[in-house]
Design a protein around this ligand. Sequence first.
Ligand SMILES: [Zn+2]
Length: 121
Amino acid sequence: MKCNRCQKEVLPQDSYDYYGQILCEDCYIAALQPPKPCDPAAVASAKAIRKQLGQTGTDGLTPLQKRIYEYIQTKGKVTREELANVFDLPQWELEKQFAVLRHCELIKATKEGNQVYLTLW
Ligand SMILES: [Zn+2]
């Protein structure tokens, strides 16, 4: 049998079932642990690319990312829910934008009590 993701030949006893997909061990582990917003390797590469391009601050961001950054700058700290409402974005889209800003070390998440706030880096 073949892994549904990487197409590697995999023995039945080494295969894993992931929501009906046959996966090899590597792909199964990767599927269980999707990359997180605070992945240090991703941060390093995002920073390296920006440095290469001579980008600092909000250079190289999309207009939406800049608006999110500026909104947080004005407010000091905001919740994800507030951002989702203000920018009329679904949560997953917001997480994607947040991951980029986090990678560029422009904004970060801080926890206060049970509430998570986004603040400038
Ligand atoms: Zn695989």
